[in-house]
Design a protein around this ligand. Structure first.
Ligand SMILES: NC(=O)c1ccc[n+]([C@@H]2O[C@H](COP(=O)([O-])OP(=O)(O)OC[C@H]3O[C@@H](n4cnc5c(N)ncnc54)[C@H](OP(=O)(O)O)[C@@H]3O)[C@@H](O)[C@H]2O)c1
Length: 277
């Protein structure tokens, strides 16, 4: 499994397992199965209500905790310093661990004291409760502010990214600042399987459209991807995406697809970057 390693200390497998919206036993079973298949990166969040199920799977698995990268996130209404520390405590308890590998702010808030929130995030890293810190769903101007004005040592940003949604500006910035960019909803919720151009590339390689879409992400420097898959067949198929070799012609065809088809934009989402191709 290829890893993303950066100067902030991140050492994160490029392919992870997304766990939303799985809950309880379904989630425990899927995470245990993924660990048995070789996944070593699990994405969860306080907002998913499944950290306990993930913690149970890690406890059940013969794979030692230190060999597994776990990302969790704090919800956007818990960003006051005390609330954020409590959220971290609850996450650690549910995950049955004394640290997380990556702790992220899940969504920006509109009603926050940004410098104090970031100060608290950094303090959680300094205390060792978070090995690395990051943010999710931050548009570029806000990310710039956190890094350049507030000086936060962020290791990663997590945003929606797939063959139908471009993220060139954020990705350029992540590379310039030695950060990982984790692509969430990397299969566009399996819409990639219905795109004729992706089907055509898949047929050429004797692969699945989902594997083409994933390998396009995994081939990019600094990019990780966290498809959610519950069945063993889909988890295995996603792991096998590493085996395909996309060529320049394939990449040109993927580049020609419209890159403005965002799937995830709840009513509390920020104003997205105007140009995110
Ligand atoms: N930070 C954020 O705000 C944020 C937002 C959204 C998502 N996320 C994270 O990103 C993860 C993934 O995103 P997502 O769940 O929205 O979308 P996704 O991973 O693009 O798509 C998941 C869907 O694709 C199916 N699938 C997976 N592998 C497949 C395969 N090989 N062939 C056919 N279908 C396949 C899954 O079905 P089965 O389950 O039946 O296998 C599921 O229905 C989430 O679980 C979560 O951890 C983060």
């Amino acid at each position: 499994m290829q890893h993303i390693v950066n100067r902030q200390g991140l050492n994160m497998p490029k392919l992870g397992l997304g766990t939303w919206p799985m809950l309880a036993d379904e989630c425990t079973r899927a995470v245990e199965q993924a660990l048995a298949l070789g996944y070593r990166h699990i994405d969860t969040a306080a907002g998913y209500n499944n950290e306990d199920a993930v913690g149970q799977a890690v406890a059940n698995s013969p794979t030692p905790r230190h060999q597994i990268h776990i990302t969790t996130k704090v919800w956007w209404d818990q960003l006051q310093p005390d609330a954020m520390r409590h959220s971290m405590d609850r996450s650690l308890k549910a995950l049955r661990s004394d640290y997380v590998d990556l702790f992220m702010i899940h969504w920006p808030s509109t009603d926050w004291d940004l410098p104090r929130t970031i100060e608290t995030l950094v303090a959680l890293k300094e205390q060792g409760l978070a090995r690395n810190i990051g943010v999710a769903n931050f548009p570029l101007p806000l990310l710039r502010k956190v890094i350049e004005e507030l000086g936060a040592p962020l290791s990663a940003i997590q945003v929606e990214y797939h063959v139908l949604l471009g993220q060139n500006a954020l990705l350029d910035y992540a590379r310039q600042h030695d950060m990982a960019l984790t692509a969430y909803t990397p299969l566009a919720r399996n819409k990639v399987s219905d795109i004729p151009a992706i089907q055509q590339i898949a047929a050429k390689h004797g692969a699945l459209p989902t594997q083409v879409a994933l390998k396009w992400l995994l081939d990019q420097s600094n990019v990780a991807a966290i498809p959610k898959a519950s069945s063993e067949a889909n988890q295995l198929a996603n792991l096998a995406a590493f085996m395909i070799n996309l060529d320049d012609q394939d990449r040109a065809l993927i580049a020609s697809l419209s890159k403005r088809q965002r799937q995830v934009s709840p009513d509390f989402a920020p104003v997205w970057d105007a140009f995110d191709e």
